[in-house]
Write a protein that binds this ligand. Structure first.
Ligand code: FAD
Length: 324
């Protein structure tokens, strides 16, 4: 590990004469910064949660491999992070190393095959606009999803009756042992808002999608815009959230079940069940992760009590939470 020291940057509150030095650490064999105690709230769409014990956001495959190696050498648990738009991170933060894909962003459109290959950290909405502006159809539905390509595949994100699995050709993954593999949709075991990569330690580095080139760009841009407008009309995009908190049970939409038992507007601390869409929990300002967690548990208990149905969270809950 390379260690260098900045000039004194933090003073010790208990003993002002004693000066603390802030270490600037890079991953061994790379120039990739490795940050200790890195705040995660600003890296999640809920805008809550404590720090990562260690955090790295590699730009290259070699740096991803070095990240896995370093975590293994230190015996640290791993968490993989995309845009953080489907995560509830504990106020206590996360132990171990958080590897974020936000800088893995190359995109390549191949007109011969009608495919686009994008890095794991490419925002799926930006990819949808790029496709639309070329007159390529197939990603219009994804424009309102604030996640990355990697997160969209892992969660099998979807909207407007389409989902990621419908257009996926293959993905490249990197295992903690440093093995690079190409996997097909069959390997990924897709079902409603999930895949076999969920909860695994394999990092998706890039994905290839099959689209339909050859339409009028103006038409595809217009269709894409309509999807976005429709979502903005029905869903509360004005405050931090994770989108839909619960998976829809087969019988009814989770939002309907929650609304019918009068939980719209239900509040704990700075968090609230949205008035516009009962399957959204909003951070109305100053919410803690524990406020959101308590609302999730309350909604689950009430739905179970009234409907004898178990609502399963779609949001990934990470770290320790006090039992409610
Ligand atoms: C306002 C709003 C609207 C939303 N609307 C929708 C919607 O319409 N449809 C929908 O399906 N979702 C929706 N979501 C939820 C969310 O945007 C999607 O689930 C999205 O696909 C998550 O992507 P992400 O990059 O943010 O993943 P993250 O939240 O960072 O991570 C989600 C999971 O994927 C894993 N992961 C992320 N990247 C990788 C990678 N490269 N390799 C391996 N594992 C990885 C993480 O470990 C975690 O388990 C919405 C969220 C918000 C805030």
């Amino acid at each position: 590990m390379t260690l260098s020291y900045d000039p004194p940057s933090v003073s010790n509150a208990d003993n002002p004469k004693k000066t603390l030095y802030k270490p600037q650490i890079t991953l061994p064999g790379t120039d990739c910064p490795l940050r200790a105690d890195a705040p995660l709230a600003s890296l999640t769409s809920f805008r809550v949660g404590g720090p990562a014990e260690w955090y790295v956001a590699p730009r290259r495959l070699e740096d991803l491999q070095a990240s896995f190696e370093w975590a293994k050498s230190q015996g640290l648990p791993l968490t993989l992070l995309g845009a953080g738009s489907n995560l509830l991170v504990s106020d206590r933060g996360l132990p171990g190393l958080v590897i974020c894909t936000r800088h893995l962003r190359q995109t390549q459109f191949d007109p011969d095959t009608g495919t686009v290959t994008a890095g794991a950290g490419e925002p799926i909405a930006r990819l949808a606009w790029q496709a639309a502006e070329r007159g390529w159809q197939g990603l219009e539905w994804a424009v309102g999803i604030p996640g990355t390509v990697g997160g969209a595949v892992v969660m099998n994100a979807g909207a407007h009756k389409s989902c990621t699995a419908d257009i996926l050709v293959n993905v490249q993954t990197l295992s903690p042992e440093g093995i690079i593999e190409q996997l097909t949709p069959v390997d990924l075991g897709f079902s409603y808002r999930t895949s076999s990569l969920q909860g695994s330690q394999r990092l998706l580095t890039q994905a290839t999608f099959k689209l339909k080139p050859g339409a009028q760009p103006k038409q595809v841009v217009s269709d894409t815009t309509k999807h976005l407008e429709e979502r903005r009309r029905c869903q509360p995009y004005h405050l931090p959230s994770c989108g839909s908190v619960f998976r829809n049970p087969e019988s009814h939409a989770a939002a309907w079940l929650i609304e019918q038992i009068g939980l719209k507007g239900y509040k704990i601390g700075g968090a609230q069940v949205a008035e516009r869409h009962a399957n959204f929990i909003l951070n109305c300002g100053g919410a803690k992760a524990s406020d959101i967690f308590q609302i999730i548990r309350h909604v689950q208990m009430q739905v179970e009590h009234h409907w004898s149905l178990c609502l399963e969270p779609e949001v990934r809950i990470l770290g320790e939470f006090p039992s409610v």
